[in-house]
Write a protein that binds this ligand. Structure first.
Ligand SMILES: Nc1ncnc2c1ncn2[C@@H]1O[C@H](COP(=O)(O)OP(=O)(O)O)[C@@H](O)[C@H]1O
Ligand SMILES: [Mg+2]
Length: 327
């Protein structure tokens, strides 16, 4: 492992009774970056995070976090990490401020130090107005932010966020994303699990797609998108009677058969040769007198990637608030 690696997992395996949850997970997260672990329910995300955070022993493989082996030096690891929603438990009876001061004192920051740290975090996470109300009165989004603040009182090098925004409304989710970005800007390494493609796309430098206990793909969001498919050219024609002409024009490219969608009055073709194909398509359409109402190049989305890799439809981009209280 190079010194630039904050999290390294090699061949992690875990079996619960008769069910094998992890079949050998490999991950490598460079210091100061964000890895998104993207996968459907039951993929093994939480199991992986719990092993990396020293809360669960693997049956096989090894992991090094913040420079220390999780099995041999769990205390050294724990001292350097934060884990959302776990041992940074927030007491609902105490105010947001009291919770953070208490944690600061447990971490031996001293009374003054703990109070200053609490004030700083309440401010950074947008909780100053609610600072002196019991945490039990907070909304779902505020609770997640307080939980995250509680995780970083001790200034961790590595932060594990297990589905940090599941069940949050889009506004709260955006606020939380900004908080995470700020932490990353300050040099923290983050491993976050998510079922939301948009979240991985927004926050992660690299994404590991997990399914049924295996990493089925790894790369930057762009690399993953390129892996599943090429860009497509979509031409919507102005007049339905020109649809066949448009299909004939696009058939000239690379030899792949264009797809015709009669309802949308649209012809789609994969772009095998990038811009050259776009130029050729434009001139072929003009030569045949086809008027395009719309002409655009579309990247495969992370949705396409997720579906191609796992056969599971991804969660909608805008989660409902149903699960706001689930932890
Ligand atoms: N304590 C447990 N006992 C038995 N099976 C478990 C336990 N925890 C998780 N599992 C199973 O292991 C698999 C992975 O679970 P988990 O890591 O929680 O996935 P995810 O977080 O991606 O939803 C699932 O099939 C789950 O049902
Ligand atoms: Mg989970």
């Amino acid at each position: 492992m190079s010194t630039g690696t904050a999290i390294l997992a090699e061949g992690l395996r875990k079996r619960y009774a008769t069910h094998t949850a992890l079949h050998g997970i490999d991950l490598e997260v460079p210091t100061g970056t964000v890895l998104g672990v993207l996968g459907p329910n039951g993929a093994g995300k939480t199991t992986t995070v719990r092993i990396l955070a020293t809360l669960l022993a693997p049956d096989g493989g090894r992991a090094v976090v913040a420079g220390h082996d999780v099995a041999r030096e769990p205390r050294e690891v724990r001292r350097r990490i934060g884990l959302s929603g776990q041992y940074a438990a927030v007491d609902q009876m105490l105010t947001g401020r009291e919770n953070l001061v208490l944690l600061g004192r447990l971490l031996r920051l001293g009374r003054r130090g703990a109070e200053a740290r609490a004030q700083e975090l309440l401010d950074r996470f947008g909780l100053l107005d609610a600072a002196d109300r019991p945490a039990g009165t907070y909304s779902g989004g505020m609770r997640r932010r307080l939980d995250l603040a509680a995780c970083v009182v001790g200034d961790p090098e590595v932060l594990f966020l297990d589905e940090p925004t599941t069940g949050l409304d889009p506004t709260s989710r955006n606020v939380l994303w900004n908080v995470v970005r700020e932490l990353v800007g300050g040099g923290v390494t983050v491993l976050l699990t998510t079922q939301y493609l948009e979240e991985a796309d927004e926050l992660a430098d690299r994404v590991a797609v997990v399914d049924a206990g295996r990493v089925v793909a790894e790369g930057s969001p762009d690399e993953l998108k390129r892996k599943v498919g090429t860009d497509r050219l979509e031409v919507t024609v102005a007049r339905p009677d020109q649809l066949a002409q448009a299909a004939a024009a696009l058939a000239v490219l690379g030899g792949r058969v264009p797809t015709v969608d009669e309802d949308a009055v649209r012809v789609t073709v994969p772009l095998e040769h990038g811009l050259d194909d776009v130029a050729l398509a434009a001139s072929e359409l003009r030569r045949r007198g086809v008027t395009a109402a719309d002409f655009q190049v579309r990247r495969p989305s992370l949705d396409d990637v997720f579906f191609a890799l796992t056969g599971t439809a991804a969660k909608a981009d805008s989660p409902t608030q149903e699960g706001a209280d689930e932890r």
